[in-house]
Design a protein around this ligand. Structure first.
Ligand code: G1P
Length: 300
């Protein structure tokens, strides 16, 4: 698997007004923009080519993954090698390309914009809002399942029944080639985009990681607008799950690790605190301050 697609054309309305003049993907999680974590995750899984689907007001994404000669020179002159390396790091993660979505017609439409770049090979899709903790591997496992099954693979996670209305929902059965407990995966029988809890076939939510067979492109070409009047990736995957042509068949890897939705304010704050607490330069003092807060002391 060489290629990944990151849809990043959304307006970020959940985080307004912070996102009025700045892309939501650039919101810092401690000291790196959210999208850098996602590109790092792709690179850790062996992906070398990333296509970011952008839109208006997203130019800072391109600047972030490009060289910044004057800043680099200033840091080099000061002998600040640590910050210099941090500034250069995003430029070396992958070969990064950009295409604009144009019309905001939904996630399925955004993925279809990647067709000519991806060509006829399986590829990953990573949604920029989902941040997966780097110690909790998911994408590598999904790539392995795609290679084993030859179909498409989605990341799934159990959520509270009331929360399912915010996600694609999967009806699954055990997969025949899967060994329970040993990187097990499931077969997806049916997918529904954002069902109301009473009609949801399960509490398994589609999270923002997909490893797709290129057959999805032909399906997306003919997928009509679905929920919200948008072309839904979930609907195209439902077609792939229901059919038996070459490249059809959808599987799921159930993720039990730490995932944050950086488009949601509370989950974003949890991501910032979780990652900061783990850092040797910030963790000890942050922990001390947090425990003092919880004991009611006023540290100012
Ligand atoms: C999208 C997908 C949905 C999926 C979710 C994961 O929805 O359409 O199926 O469960 O991402 O984050 P969005 O959050 O863009 O509305």
């Amino acid at each position: 698997m060489r290629k990944a697609v990151i849809p990043a054309a959304g307006l970020g309305t959940r985080f307004a007004p912070a996102t009025k003049a700045m892309p939501k993907e650039m919101l810092p999680v401690v000291d790196k923009p959210a999208i850098q974590y996602v590109v790092e995750e792709a690179a850790r899984s062996g992906i070398t080519d990333v296509l970011i689907i952008t839109g208006r007001n997203k130019r800072s994404l391109e600047d972030h993954f490009d060289r910044e000669p004057s800043l680099e020179q200033a840091l080099a002159d000061k002998g600040d090698t640590v910050r210099l390396a941090a500034v250069q790091e995003p430029t070396a993660l992958a070969d990064i390309h950009y295409v604009r979505q144009g019309d905001p017609k939904g996630l399925g439409h955004a993925v279809l914009r990647a067709r000519s770049h991806v060509g006829d090979e399986p590829f990953a899709v990573l949604l920029g809002d989902d941040l997966i903790h780097e110690e909790d591997e998911l994408l590598t496992e999904m790539i392995r399942v795609q290679e084993q099954t030859g179909g498409s693979v989605i990341g799934l996670m159990e959520v509270e029944p009331a929360e399912i209305a915010a996600y694609g929902c999967a009806d699954v059965v055990p997969a025949s080639g899967s060994t329970p407990g040993d990187g097990d995966y499931v077969r997806v029988r049916r997918l529904v985009e954002k069902p109301c809890p009473a009609e949801a076939p399960s509490n398994l939510a589609v999270i923002g990681r997909y490893v797709l067979h290129p057959a999805v492109f032909d399906v997306l070409e003919t997928t009509p607008p679905g929920r919200g009047g948008e072309i839904q990736l979930t609907d195209a995957l439902q077609t792939l799950a229901a059919g038996d042509s070459d490249g059809f068949g959808v599987y799921g890897v159930v993720f039990r690790g730490r995932r944050f939705d950086t488009g949601d304010k509370l989950s974003y704050l949890k991501a910032v605190f979780t990652l900061a607490i783990e850092r040797s330069d910030l963790g000890p003092d942050l922990r001390k301050w947090l425990s003092a807060q919880s004991e009611g002391a006023d540290l100012g």
